[in-house]
Design a binder for this molecule. Structure first.
Ligand code: AMP
Ligand code: ZN
Ligand code: ZN
Length: 320
């Protein structure tokens, strides 16, 4: 297996791109995909100040470092969620990553402790309220991301959600035809009404690719997953999509990005073709005569000797 760029020894094979890369060119590929997502979805510009939410997992740590290497102004926020030994180990990974890898690049790390700052951790919330742990945890994270970003004047909060995460969420929403969630599933959520912009710059990269990037560049990350997430349905969706991907490389990307493409064109009104007033009735039509007028003309023709009537041009002809 040879690198498609330099013909050197490849360390990773990306079937969905029909390409293999050496270490150096994989790093280049990875960073260019992050940059491309930022531009494609107009996530932020070079002068914006970004707050990266880091969990200690591979995705968010990699994201933080890549943004810095690409020259963006990015600080990070870590929330100590109070989930037993899992949190203790995550805190350690984040602290070391900060001290050893990114602090020299000139960046800040904010740390918020749910227990110390708000009086409860996710473990207590799980016992005290009748909400599932993950919903209390998700709610707390979203709240604190926004609060810290707003208080410090950051332009956007970036999370480490990758292509697999977003495709799995999309599959879950499609299976339930959860249209209100579908409408909001976008890699950028604009600022407004007190909310800071939210962005997901890793949407073009798979879980396997972020793991490879972390390993190849020596990022020491939290491998274990949160004990509360064991058995989550999102794992089932990811497995299903991976089986599809195995048989048909690129299908995960297709599934997510065709959805984005349609969303984008309907947001910009591009799914509606160029329209003109119909020659007969004045209603909007992509052609010369609208489909309704063509149909009525045909029906009249078939109805016998009476000459076809021109459909009336009404004064209130607008809509549809
Ligand atoms: P998850 O909800 O655990 O799948 O994580 C999704 C994203 O949320 C991660 O990629 C991080 O950007 C962010 N995140 C998760 N946990 C934390 C945390 N404890 N502190 C800060 N950010 C987090
Ligand atoms: Zn190469
Ligand atoms: Zn409140």
């Amino acid at each position: 297996m040879k690198c498609v760029k330099c013909r050197g020894k490849a360390v990773i094979d990306l079937r969905r791109h029909n390409a293999a890369f050496c270490r150096e060119h994989f790093v280049e590929y990875f960073q260019s995909q992050v940059e491309r997502a930022i531009r494609e979805f107009e996530m932020f510009g070079p002068d914006d100040h970004i707050l990266v939410a880091v969990s200690g997992g591979k995705d968010s740590l990699v994201l933080w470092e890549v943004l810095l290497r690409l020259g963006y102004r990015a600080d990070a926020l870590y929330i100590d969620l109070g989930i037993g030994g899992y949190t203790a180990a995550s805190t350690e990974k984040v602290r070391r990553f900060y001290d050893e890898r990114v602090r020299p690049l000139g960046t800040d790390l904010h740390v918020v402790s749910l227990k110390a700052d708000y009086g409860f951790g996710v473990d207590e919330a799980k016992d005290r309220v009748r909400r599932p742990a993950c919903s209390a945890c998700g709610l707390s994270k979203r709240y604190i991301f926004n609060k810290v970003a707003a208080e410090h004047g950051y332009d956007a909060v970036a999370t480490g959600h990758n292509l697999d995460d977003e495709a799995a969420v999309l599959l879950g929403n499609v299976l339930r035809w959860n249209t209100s969630y579908l409408a909001r599933q976008w890699p950028v959520l604009p600022a407004g009404r007190g909310f800071v912009r939210k962005v997901k710059p890793l949407v073009r990269l798979t879980e396997r690719e972020t793991a490879a990037y972390a390993v190849l560049t020596g990022v020491d990350y939290m491998v274990e997953e949160c004990p509360n997430a064991v058995g989550a349905t999102s794992h089932l969706y990811k497995d299903m999509l991976n089986r599809l991907e195995q048989q048909s490389p690129g299908s995960k990307h297709q599934f997510l990005f065709q959805f984005y493409r349609q969303g984008r064109s309907s947001m910009k009104g591009e799914d509606r073709p160029e329209l003109n007033p119909c020659r007969h009735c004045g209603q909007p039509t992509p052609g010369d005569v609208c489909a309704f007028c063509r149909m009525t003309a045909m029906l009249m023709d078939r109805a016998g000797p009476t000459t076809p009537q021109r459909p009336a041009r009404t004064s209130s002809a607008r809509s549809g």
